[in-house]
Design a protein around this ligand. Structure first.
Ligand code: ADP
Ligand code: MG
Ligand code: ZN
Length: 479
């Protein structure tokens, strides 16, 4: 029985977040009343003349640059001919022989291993409309709001060797396109969709096995689960002496299986030809240079910088770069508190801030607590105005109200007591009230230190400076 190697290549469709569609001025807004964002052009009426949306070209080229591709200064739109009820033109406008971007790569990490996945091409194309089926009324309706919304398709080389690698690639790709600001990346609304091509072959073979293409993978988790299922299905076939058939299969996330949808068309069935209504897409080298110069710092570079400059452990760097807004929040908070170790600021983010965002379902942009406030909170803990415990306790309030922490704790009388005479008095009272524990402590049961600290804190309503409490205890117990 041979041992098999898994081979995966992904095709990812990304909605570009331009205001208008690819060839007309209809808005791309998601969730409008059906057929309110439609005109003659995107409805495919005969005789109309499409005009290319330049912002879509810019966004697509930015994706190409971020993915280390060669950008073709002249690329060509082609018609991909097939019939689909929700596609009024009877062809999709896409790119075939000369796509906008080619020959790129993306680095992924699974565990400590790093690996480059090749990007074959990125081309621009139009999305289709949507069929809405209503079995109860025995009819199907058509919504063309999404018709001709600009997409890019990012095609990888068959370089991934496990479902985990596929998931890592997809996550990294998602982070990059969202960082670039060219898409909202919303998987549930279909702004970021993935088809997975999967085959297996005996280990050591350099010939690719027959692939199936999996569709309907609408979350990172489903991509991984669908591939896992499919690999086992193909292995079972080969071991039973049967062949894998090249076909498109739909993933059913409820039953966690893939099912044959249709046998796969070959490219020539689409009769691709250059679109006679569209001139080649020309990109001015000066524009290209400008886009390159204004690319944001990408997730991988930012992760490295957070580890190098801020001294963050890798896990925290990964977490805090998982969203551009989160990473920028950290940068701003660190800049606002030059005397604080950035790791302390990062800890306030990975701990109480993310916890609070999870609890309230808010995103970091929505929280009322701005980076300056978080920086100030770290400062007043460091300078002893409040304890770390109080900082945790007041965090939800600060997030909701947006008040500055120093003003807040002063107004609420929560400022930590560093007045040694008050602490001395509280320590003396605790020792007087607990003679048995004092005797035990003096007899060697030093673990009771924590008990005494706790009692003093309780007496002082949690506001005593813990370092000073420990010091006073040591003094008085050694008498
Ligand atoms: P199509 O549109 O017919 O699916 P594409 O060339 O657009 O063809 O996409 C093919 C995708 O399938 C690419 O991501 C490629 O890496 C991947 N692929 C091709 N052959 C195999 C194979 N034998 N096993 C796994 N993936 C494959
Ligand atoms: Mg395909
Ligand atoms: Zn339109």
């Amino acid at each position: 029985m041979p041992i098999y190697e898994t081979v995966i290549g992904l095709e990812v469709h990304v909605h570009l977040s331009t205001k208008t569609k690819l060839f007309c001025s209809c808005p791309t807004t998601f969730g409008s009343e059906p057929n309110t964002n439609v005109c003659e052009i995107c409805a495919g009426m005969p005789g109309v003349l499409p005009v290319l949306n330049r912002t879509a070209v810019e966004y697509a080229a930015r994706a190409g640059m971020a993915l280390n591709c060669t950008i073709n200064n002249d690329s060509v739109f082609a018609r991909k001919n097939y019939f689909y009820p929700d596609m009024p033109f009877n062809y999709q406008i896409s790119q075939f022989e000369r796509p906008l971007c080619e020959h790129g790569w993306l680095e992924i990490a699974t565990g400590r291993e790093k690996k480059r996945i090749g990007i074959t091409r990125i081309h621009m194309e139009t999305d289709a409309g949507k069929s809405i089926h209503s079995p109860s009324e025995n009819k199907s309706c058509l919504d063309l709001n999404r018709a001709a919304v600009p997409l890019i398709e990012i095609v990888s080389e068959p370089d991934m060797r496990s479902p985990e690698e596929a998931a890592a690639y997809l996550k990294e790709l998602h982070d990059i396109v969202v960082y670039l600001g060219i898409t909202d990346g919303n998987m549930e609304e279909g702004s970021f969709r993935c088809d997975a091509n999967v085959s297996i072959r005996p280990v050591g073979s350099d010939k690719l096995g027959t692939r199936t293409e999996l569709k309907n993978l609408n979350s990172f988790r489903n991509v991984q689960r669908a591939i896992e299922y499919e690999v086992i299905r193909q292995q079972d076939l080969l071991e039973d002496g049967e062949a894998v058939i090249q076909q498109t299969r739909l993933y059913d996330s409820v039953r966690n299986v893939t099912q044959a949808m249709r046998d796969k068309e070959e490219a020539q069935d689409y009769r691709y030809f250059p679109d006679p209504d569209l001139v080649p897409v020309h990109i001015d080298p000066a524009d290209l240079q400008h886009w390159k110069d204004t690319l944001p710092e990408l997730p991988a570079a930012r992760r490295e910088r957070f580890m190098r400059e801020y001294g963050l452990p890798e896990d925290d760097a990964v977490l805090l770069t998982s969203e551009r807004a989160l990473a920028e929040y950290l940068d701003q908070a660190v800049a606002a508190a030059p005397n604080i170790d950035p790791r302390k600021i990062a800890n306030l983010m990975t701990g109480p801030l993310l916890r609070e965002l999870n609890r309230t379902g808010a995103s970091v942009q929505d929280t009322a607590m701005n980076p300056k406030a978080l920086a100030q909170l770290a400062e007043i803990v460091q300078n002893g105005l409040i304890s770390a415990k109080i900082a945790q306790d007041i965090f939800p309030d600060l997030c909701a109200s947006g008040e500055m922490p120093e003003a807040y704790v002063k107004a609420k009388g929560m400022v930590q007591v560093s007045d040694t005479s008050a602490i001395d008095a509280a320590v003396a009272e605790v020792l007087k009230n607990n003679p048995a524990e004092v005797a035990a402590f003096k007899g060697g049961k030093t673990k009771l230190q924590g008990f005494f600290v706790g009692q003093v804190m309780r007496l002082m309503k949690g506001k005593a400076n813990p370092a000073l409490v420990n010091k006073a205890l040591a003094e008085q117990l050694s008498k």
